[in-house]
Design a protein around this ligand. Structure first.
Ligand SMILES: Nc1nc2c(ncn2[C@@H]2O[C@H](COP(=O)(O)OP(=O)(O)O)[C@@H](O)[C@H]2O)c(=O)[nH]1
Ligand SMILES: [Mg+2]
Length: 212
């Protein structure tokens, strides 16, 4: 089932993500963040890469994290509380051409300030569309994560759009692209919010990062 996690770890993670998960709050400014009193993991990536869909799929609740058709929501850091012991943070997307320049800078600064000053942040999942690979704006995000020294892991999204061999090749390419980056986690993940592939393993990765 998984080369990295055993059946008991996969099952424990499944049980964790089957626990209640609710929207906690959206923070539009750095001083609105919840206190850093619980382990947190964050999901980052270009607009439309599938951040909100992945959070929904992980917790099995469609419509929990809103999709990017509601732009206001995507300019905040949105927090979800899982089982009253783990917070999931949906970060503002980057690389969104339609956002006005000043506005784009404002929410990118928010994401950067969040990443720099969050002692309870256990890992950032940097989502990349499996069909497109890493883009220039992704490289900028990786630079920011390396500078902030926040552990991050690459997650290829929308794996259902490609044949398994192509997803595998994309995973190898992404792993090579981050191999020398200091804060990058060596494993990459590949998921689909549509078919559910890769979700059991990613839940186990998150549980290990948060509580391991
Ligand atoms: N085929 C496919 N489409 C997806 C997947 N995840 C997200 N999408 C679609 O991609 C678009 C953007 O998703 P969203 O979660 O809003 O992206 P966000 O801006 O990163 O939060 C939506 O139309 C989703 O339905 C996936 O795993 N497979
Ligand atoms: Mg979103």
């Amino acid at each position: 089932m998984s080369e990295v996690f055993d059946a008991a770890e996969i099952e424990a993670a499944r049980v964790l993500f089957a626990r209640p998960c609710d929207f906690l709050m959206g923070a539009a400014k750095i001083d609105q963040l919840p206190p850093p009193d619980l382990p947190e993991v964050a999901f980052a990536g270009r607009s439309n890469v599938g951040k909100s869909s992945l959070i929904n799929a992980l917790v099995g609740r469609h419509g929990l994290a809103r999709s990017s058709s509601e732009p206001g929501r995507t300019r905040e850091v949105n927090f979800f509380l899982l089982d009253e012991r783990l917070r999931l943070a949906d970060l503002p997307g980057y690389g969104f051409a339609k956002a006005p320049r000043g506005e784009a800078r404002r929410f990118q600064n928010l994401a950067r300030d969040y990443l720099r000053g969050r002692p309870n942040l256990r890992r950032v999942y940097l989502l990349i569309d499996a069909r497109h690979g890493l883009k220039g704006s992704d490289a900028e995000a990786l630079d920011a994560l390396d500078r902030a020294a926040v552990s991050y892991q690459i997650v290829l999204t929308k794996a259902d759009k490609l044949k398994p061999a192509a997803v595998g090749a994309g995973a190898v390419a992404a792993a090579a692209a981050v191999a020398r980056r200091p804060a990058a986690f060596p494993r990459t993940a590949a998921v689909s919010a549509v078919t559910g592939e890769g979700l059991p393993e990613l839940r186990a990765e998150i549980a290990a990062a948060a509580f391991g």
